[in-house]
Design a protein around this ligand. Structure first.
Ligand code: SAH
Length: 225
C-alpha cells in the first residue's frame, strides 16, 4: 500500500471516528474519558481487513467462529457503568472479563483498570486477541483459554466483572467472586429477549439494575477445541 493510501485511510478514520463519538453522545454516553478512549481505540484492527471500512459504524460485526465484536454503544454503556463513581484519574483494581472475543472491550477498558483477567472459550480467538493486545502495547491484561462460566476463583475477588456473552440466568459463582462494592455487568436471557443487568454487591446484598435490551451471543458451556 502506498503512503498516500495509508494517509487516506487515516483521514477517513478520523472523520468516521468523530461521527461515531457524536452518535454515542446522542445516545446518552456522557463519560468523557470513555468517549475519548473509544475514539482512540483502533477498532479497525479488531476485525478482518474486509470489514475495516465498517469498523467505526455503531454496529456489531462478525469476527468468525459465529462470534461478534460488540457494538461500540454497548461497550461504552458497560464501561461507563463499570467505572461509575470512580474519581477521575483513579483506576479500578481487578476486573474479570468473560468472553474476550477479539479483545475490543478489553482494550477499551484497559486504561481504567489496574489489571484485567479475561477468559475466552475459543482458542483461535484467544490467541489472536493475545497477539493483538500485545501489538497495541496493552500489557495490564492476563488472558486465558477457558470456560468462563465459573469465573476465575484463584484471582477473586474482583472490583468489577464484565460478561460479554449471555447466560439464561446469572451464574451464582460469579456473584461470590465480586468484591464488596464491586459491580457485575452481564447480559441475561434468551436470544431476542436479553436485558443488560448491573449488579452491585453490598455485603450479602446484591442490588440489580436493568440497563436496557441487548443482543449478545450466548454464554456457552465448556471450551471449544
Ligand atoms: N468482548 C468482545 C465480544 C465478544 S463476543 C468484544 O469486545 O467485542 C462473546 C465472546 O464470548 C465470544 O468470543 C465467545 O466465544 C465467548 N464466550 C461464550 N461463552 C463463553 C464461556 N463460557 N467462557 C468464555 N468465553 C465465552
Amino acid at each position: 500500500m502506498s503512503q498516500r493510501q495509508h494517509r487516506g485511510i487515516g483521514m477517513t478514520s478520523a472523520r468516521t471516528r468523530d461521527r461515531l463519538i457524536e452518535r454515542l453522545r446522542t445516545e446518552g454516553i456522557i463519560n468523557q474519558a470513555v468517549l475519548e478512549r473509544i475514539r482512540t481505540t483502533p477498532r479497525h484492527l479488531f476485525v478482518d481487513e474486509a470489514l475495516a471500512s465498517r469498523a467505526y459504524e455503531d454496529t456489531a460485526l462478525p469476527i468468525g467462529f459465529g462470534q461478534t465484536i460488540s457494538q461500540p454503544y454497548i461497550v461504552a454503556v458497560m464501561t461507563e457503568a463499570l467505572i461509575r463513581d470512580l474519581p477521575p484519574g483513579e483506576k479500578l483494581g481487578k476486573v474479570l472479563e468473560i468472553g474476550t472475543g477479539c479483545g475490543y472491550q478489553t482494550a477499551v477498558l484497559a486504561p481504567f483498570v489496574e489489571h484485567i483477567y479475561s477468559l475466552e472459550r475459543i482458542r483461535p480467538l484467544f490467541q489472536r486477541a493475545k497477539e493483538r493486545l500485545r501489538t497495541l502495547d496493552i500489557n495490564n491484561v492476563t488472558l486465558r483459554y477457558a470456560d468462563g462460566r465459573h469465573g476465575w476463583q484463584s484471582q477473586a475477588p474482583f472490583d468489577g466483572i464484565v460478561v460479554t456473552a449471555a447466560p439464561h440466568e446469572i451464574p451464582q459463582g460469579l456473584l461470590s467472586q465480586l468484591e464488596d462494592g464491586g459491580r457485575l455487568l452481564i447480559p441475561v436471557g434468551h436470544r431476542g429477549e436479553q436485558g443488560l443487568v448491573c449488579v452491585t454487591r453490598d455485603g450479602d446484598d446484591f442490588q440489580r439494575r436493568a440497563l436496557g435490551l441487548v443482543s449478545f451471543v450466548p454464554l456457552v458451556e465448556g471450551i471449544e477445541r
